[in-house]
Design a protein around this ligand. Structure first.
Ligand SMILES: Cc1cc2nc3c(=O)[nH]c(=O)nc-3n(C[C@H](O)[C@H](O)[C@H](O)COP(=O)(O)OP(=O)(O)OC[C@H]3O[C@@H](n4cnc5c(N)ncnc54)[C@H](O)[C@@H]3O)c2cc1C
Length: 411
């Protein structure tokens, strides 16, 4: 921090020593353990257990690593890690990072005892790997999360919650050991009548439905989750019953229910998704830049044509701009700054749209070679698309920004 006579400057664009070390460590893992097997998992669509195991062995897939990453006061460490992992391979990266969604759900809503009990169970240890899943989306409730149909009913006699419903598009759904499920406890109250529950490993009544076959990120497992008379103990309600009852009472009276806090949580997790998209975009840009210097047509390297070099300049500029938006939002989230203009959404929106544009341009620069599986750019193009869809579509991100800057409840 620099004193500037009256105000503090605590901003910088260089990574510190620790961040650089972690960046290099993750990059090496991405290069040596993810890239060589990326095409294979894309083809087979199997969950990359050996890679996740290796990540666990070196401490990359662990709650300790995530906690240390979160502890970074600049907020930038997490996006740095995400970018490198997705530079390696987005599908495998999401297999490694998928449990983080469940952790975020537990941390955002749980008591400190619940965090201490359930979060380690989303990772296990290298000899006994565990996965977590965060199940919100349903066939009739995607962007419109207020209209969830999954119901949780309290059984006072046994102090249990009985959950029934179908979740869809769930990362690690059905293969996770711990599922965090969002369900409606009082449907008339919409999103204000919802609560989050941990469904611990081995609970009867939770099962995997159909596994989805995807355009991209095919190493990441996505499936339906069916909850049928699924009974969880009262202590699995995140935040506890007293807090829920209080919140419901306030919502019934039409008072504020902490919705702003939920929005702030989303705003602070979205930069991570933006960073993942930046990782794919950077992979494609670097590959296209190398190719453009090697490939000769008309007796010169194709990069010597402005049509190609300007494309690369544009790609690099957009990637840098996306990363800056991601880092700003991550820093704001970590330092509890108010997201006045939907800065978290901006970073996810711009990062994901940039990834699509950049990977598409990379295919163009490779020409026919970009269209076939001999080169990874077609895979990166397919992988990039999901980032404009999950964790809030691009349209929803526009809506968040538009509402934030206007102060109006725009549609
Ligand atoms: C691979 C993958 C992994 C996923 N992982 C998870 C997970 O782990 N957990 C989980 O809970 N969910 C997960 N999802 C679900 C994901 O978050 C949803 O797909 C997403 O929120 C969009 O919902 P939807 O698919 O129902 O689309 P819809 O909501 O039906 O949207 C369809 C289209 O309409 C647009 N639209 C909708 N409402 C509006 C509006 N008000 N204004 C303007 N446009 C609008 C959307 O932007 C979109 O273009 C995953 C999805 C995929 C594909």
């Amino acid at each position: 921090m620099v004193e500037t006579g009256g105000f503090h400057v605590d901003i910088g664009f260089e990574l510190n020593e620790e961040q650089l070390q972690v960046q290099k460590w993750v990059h090496d893992f991405a290069e040596k353990s993810m890239r060589p097997v990326a095409a294979e998992y894309d083809e087979t669509e199997e969950f990359p257990w050996p890679v996740v195991e290796e990540a666990a062995d070196i401490g990359l897939y662990s709650f300790d690593f995530l906690a240390n990453t979160w502890a970074d006061e600049t907020g930038v460490m997490l996006p740095v890690v995400m970018e490198e992992l997705c530079w390696g391979d987005a599908g495998i990266a999401l297999a490694i990072m998928g449990s983080t969604l469940a952790v975020a759900g537990i941390v955002a809503n749980g008591t400190s005892e619940q965090v201490g009990e359930w979060v380690p169970q989303c990772y296990g240890d290298p000899k006994n790997l565990k996965l977590g899943a965060f199940a919100v989306s349903e066939p009739d409730a995607g962007s419109d999360v207020g209209s969830l149909r999954t119901r949780a009913v309290y059984d006072e006699a046994t102090d249990e919650w009985v959950i029934n419903g179908t979740k869809t598009w769930i990362t690690n759904g059905g293969i996770a050991n711990t599922h965090v499920v969002v369900a409606s406890v009082e449907p008339e109250l919409g999103s204000r009548g919802q609560a989050s529950f941990v469904v611990p490993e081995g609970t009867p009544g939770i099962s995997q439905g159909a596994k989805f076959h995807k355009l991209g990120i095919r190493a990441s497992h996505t499936a339906e989750v069916i909850l049928s008379e699924c009974r969880v103990p009262g202590r699995c309600l995140l935040g506890g019953k007293d807090k829920l009852d209080e919140r419901l009472a306030r919502a019934r009276e039409g008072k504020s229910s902490g919705r702003q806090a939920a929005l702030a949580t989303f705003e602070s997790t979205r930069p991570g998704v933006g960073a993942q998209a930046v990782g794919i975009a950077r992979a494609a840009y670097e590959y296209a830049l190398d190719y453009a210097k090697q490939r000769k047509q008309f007796g010169r390297a194709i990069i010597e044509n402005q049509a190609i070099s300007f494309k690369l300049a544009e790609m690099r500029m957009n990637i840098d701009a996306a990363r800056l938006l991601v880092w700003r939002a991550a820093w704001m989230g970590r330092n509890k700054k108010t997201f006045e203009a939907g800065e978290g959404s901006m970073s996810k929106l711009f990062g994901s749209e940039t990834a699509i544009r950049v990977t598409e341009q990379a295919i163009q620069i490779l020409g026919g070679a970009g269209f076939v599986k001999d080169h990874p750019v077609e895979r990166w193009y397919r992988d990039s698309k999901i980032f404009t869809i999950f964790e809030g579509t691009s349209e929803i991100q526009h809506l968040v920004v538009a509402r934030a800057i206007s102060g109006m409840r725009l549609q």
